[in-house]
Write a protein that binds this ligand. Structure first.
Ligand SMILES: [Zn+2]
Length: 304
C-alpha cells in the first residue's frame, strides 16, 4: 500500500479506538465547577469557572476582517541562548506544560514589538490539541482549524509574577504557533522534537519528564516565519480566562508528523480520562480590532 493510502486508512481507523468516552456524572450539581474544570465536561466555558467579558479568546482570525497595519515585528531577546537545565515537561491535567527557566547566563528570554509596550518575559509553554477525528487548535485562521496550537506565555516585566500580571490588561502576552500534520515533514526541528520525545513519559496526570540535551527557546519555533501574525487583545483560554492577554498568533503553521500528534492524544487528564480536544471554543469577537502584520506576498498566499 502506498504510504499516503496507508496514512489515510490510519486516520479512518483510529477514531474507533477513541469513541468510548466516559460517562458524564449524572447527578452533576455543579460542585466541581468551583475547584475543578475539565475539557470532558464542558470545553466551552468550563461550567462558569471562566470570567465573562467582551474580550475573550480564542477567536476566529481572518485577513479580510483584520486591520492591515504597519507594525514592528516581534523581537526575541535571549531566545537563542541555552536554557538552564533541567527542563521539565509536565502533564498538568489540562496540557503538556514546560516552565521556562532562565538561560545559562542568568537572563530570561523575553519579547517586545507588535502591539506590546515594554518587555514580556517568557514564563512557560504548553499545547492544545484535538483527537484522531478532530483538529484541536484554539484560534482558527481563514476558517481553518489546525491540528495543534502551541502557546508561549509571557508576563509583563512591570509585574512581579504571572498571578500578579493576570490582574492587568497589559499583564500577559501569549505567542500562538499552529501545527499542521504532514505525511513527511521535510523539516526537522530539533528543539520541538526534544519536547515531543518526552510526551510518552507524561501520559498520566502529574507525571514529569526531563528534556534531554540543550534547548534554546528560539528552537521551538523551527523555521517559523515570525514576521507575519495576527494580534489582538483577549483572554486566557483556560480558567479563569482573565482578560489580560495580548495575543500574537503567527499565520503560518509549522509541519508536525502524525506520530508526534498522536503522542498528545495518549495523555490522560486528572480523572484518568483521555486528554483530548483540550481547546476552548471560539468566542465572540465583539467588534474588537484584530491587526494583521504581513508582507505583500504572504497576503496572496493566504487569500489563495
Ligand atoms: Zn493555551
Amino acid at each position: 500500500m502506498p504510504e499516503s493510502r496507508l496514512f489515510q486508512k490510519l486516520l479512518l481507523l483510529l477514531p474507533l479506538a477513541y469513541t468510548n468516552k466516559p460517562q458524564l456524572p449524572h447527578n452533576d450539581d455543579g460542585d466541581h465547577r468551583v475547584h475543578h474544570w475539565n475539557y470532558e465536561y464542558n470545553g466551552n466555558d468550563w461550567g462558569g469557572t471562566c470570567r465573562t467579558g467582551l474580550r475573550q479568546s480564542p477567536i476566529r482570525l481572518a485577513v479580510q476582517k483584520s486591520l492591515l497595519v504597519a507594525m514592528p515585528r516581534i523581537t526575541f531577546g535571549n531566545y537563542d541562548t541555552k536554557l538552564r537545565p533541567p527542563l521539565t515537561l509536565v502533564n498538568n491535567g489540562h496540557s503538556a506544560h514546560m516552565d521556562i527557566p532562565e538561560t545559562l547566563d542568568n537572563s530570561r528570554p523575553f519579547i517586545t514589538g507588535g502591539l506590546l509596550k515594554g518587555r514580556y518575559i517568557a514564563e512557560g509553554l504548553h499545547f492544545h490539541w484535538g483527537s484522531p477525528n478532530w483538529r484541536g487548535s484554539e484560534h482558527s485562521i481563514q476558517d481553518h482549524r489546525y491540528d495543534v496550537e502551541m502557546h508561549i506565555v509571557h508576563r509583563n516585566s512591570r509585574y512581579a509574577d504571572l498571578p500578579e500580571a493576570l490582574k492587568y490588561k497589559d499583564g500577559v502576552a501569549v505567542l500562538g504557533v499552529m501545527f499542521k500534520i504532514v505525511q513527511t515533514p521535510d523539516a526537522f526541528f530539533p528543539g520541538l522534537n526534544k519536547i515531543f520525545a518526552q510526551l510518552p513519559k507524561i501520559k498520566k496526570y502529574k507525571e514529569e519528564a526531563t528534556i534531554l540535551g540543550s534547548l534554546t527557546l528560539g528552537q521551538v519555533f523551527g523555521n517559523l516565519n515570525t514576521r507575519d501574525f495576527f494580534t489582538y487583545r483577549g483572554s486566557l483560554t483556560t480558567p479563569d480566562c482573565e482578560e489580560a492577554v495580548t495575543w500574537t498568533v503567527f499565520s503560518q503553521p509549522l509541519p508536525i508528523s502524525f506520530p508526534a500528534v498522536s503522542r498528545f492524544w495518549n495523555l490522560r487528564s486528572s480523572d484518568g480520562y483521555r486528554l483530548v480536544n483540550n481547546y476552548r471554543n471560539i468566542q465572540p469577537r465583539n467588534n474588537r480590532p484584530v491587526y494583521y502584520r504581513t508582507s505583500p506576498n504572504q497576503i496572496n498566499n493566504l487569500l489563495g
